[in-house]
Ligand binder design. Structure first.
Ligand SMILES: Cc1ncc(COP(=O)(O)O)c(C=O)c1O
Length: 406
């Protein structure tokens, strides 16, 4: 067994991985020219042509009837719930392993998030845990298509239909992901996307709701455009919104739409490349004792990868060793762009501010074990690296685990 770099041995990466795309989001010179033109044209906001075009193309891409761009992927969740008339007294079921916005958006509508556990393989909401948490107050469920997997939409939809619940898909990580041929976000009542800078479609800040229900599409448009109907001109609200509908300004600018349009045109191909890279890594990593990779969506016909998640079975490590120690040793081998992710379930993240009496935890055992002790989260850039750099990536894991595995 070769000596680990952390113990003074030779590094697997004697030089940094050359093929690793270091910069995200991607930029294109032709888009820079378009942005400059837009700036000079002075039409920057309020259902400009680029926003309308993006909504049209994103609806077509996701196979939905309507897309509504908004300011970010937090207000998309809030508007989705408000459009479905979820408010005080209602319970909304969310997975324990997700970004805090999935739960805090429920609070901002006056409803109660009910936290349930995840599946140990996909790390997405466990459908059985979802069904067990349903009460007479449950109005909706928010499955999250998390990191490098998809929630089991067949089971979740069947349970939701049985209990008369609405479904909001949180697709902040899953642009380009398809469940059994259908783009995520098109399966439930409303799909919510984030276009924040780290996301698979990224314009700095931004988001969109998609839906097949055109009435909901109209409400979503009004909720985010201070009551104006979809596509209308500023100053000319054709019909006023429904009395009592609290309509905010969550608009985007034309600049964001231009950036997203340039990425959307490449998303299908980039998703394919990342997915092939993930499969290449998965085959090697799953063969290393004590290591396994987050499973793709069970019926994924296209798996999106916001990140690539590797799980360390801490029970199989030598006494006293932890995931953190494995990460330290991997880093010493020269492996970059890998970390422990959020490092906690949603309700224990450092920025979570919701008092315990405002949400309920129904089940969380797997989520706690995964987030506190198992997950290593790898930057999506590795999925687009050269095969020889990916081989070295796996060699670093094999070397460290050979030394640390019992
Ligand atoms: C799962 C999930 N949902 C929602 C959001 C919120 O998106 P935004 O940052 O655009 O508000 C994020 C952001 O990272 C996320 O990871």
């Amino acid at each position: 067994m070769s000596r680990l770099a952390i113990d003074g041995g030779e590094k697997v990466f004697s030089e940094p991985a050359q093929s690793l795309p270091v910069r995200w989001p991607p930029v294109y010179p032709e888009t820079a020219w378009q942005l400059a033109d837009l700036y000079m044209n002075r039409k920057w906001s309020f259902y400009g042509p680029q926003e309308l075009l993006f909504n049209e193309k994103f609806a077509a891409f996701t196979g939905t009837g309507q897309s509504v761009m908004m300011a970010n992927g937090t207000v998309t969740l809030e508007c989705a719930m408000r459009a479905l008339e979820i408010g005080p007294g209602a319970e909304v079921i969310v997975p324990a392993h997700t970004w805090l916005a999935t739960g805090s958006a429920v609070i901002s509508c006056g409803a109660t998030p009910v936290v349930v556990d995840i599946e140990p393989d996909t790390l997405c909401m466990d459908p059985q845990a979802f069904e067990s948490a349903i009460t007479g107050k449950t109005k909706a469920v928010i499955p999250v298509h998390l990191l490098g997997s998809l929630a089991d939409m067949d089971k979740i939809c069947a349970i939701a239909a049985k209990h008369g619940l609405r479904i909001i898909e949180d697709c902040a990580h899953a642009h380009g992901g398809r469940w059994n041929g259908r783009h995520v976000g098109s399966i439930g009542d409303i799909g919510s996307f984030s276009f924040q800078e780290s996301k698979l479609l990224a314009c700095g800040e931004g988001g969109a709701c998609v839906t097949n229900d055109l009435h909901l599409g109209d409400i979503l448009g009004r909720l985010s455009h201070i009551g104006y109907p979809l596509g209308s001109k500023q100053g000319v609200p054709a019909e006023p919104p429904i009395m009592g509908l609290l309509c905010e300004n969550y608009r985007v600018t034309e600049f964001q739409a231009v950036i997203l349009l340039s990425q959307l045109a490449r998303l299908e191909e980039d998703t394919r490349i990342r997915s092939e890279g993930a499969e290449y890594l998965r085959r090697q990593l799953n063969a290393i004792p004590g290591v396994r990779v987050q499973s793709p969506g069970r019926l994924a016909t296209s798996q999106s990868y916001y990140c690539f998640v590797i799980l360390i079975d801490h029970h199989q490590l030598k006494p006293g060793l932890t995931r953190e120690k494995v990460l330290e040793a991997l880093t010493a081998e020269g492996l970059t762009k890998i970390g422990t992710g959020w490092g906690a379930p949603m309700y224990k993240q450092r920025l979570w501010t919701i008092p315990e009496n405002m949400y309920r935890i129904e089940s969380n055992q797997v989520a706690e074990d995964v987030t506190y002790r198992q997950a290593l989260v790898v930057d999506k850039g590795w999925l687009m690296a050269s095969r020889s750099d990916q081989d070295k990536f796996c060699a670093a894991f094999a070397k460290v685990m050979a030394a640390y595995h019992q």
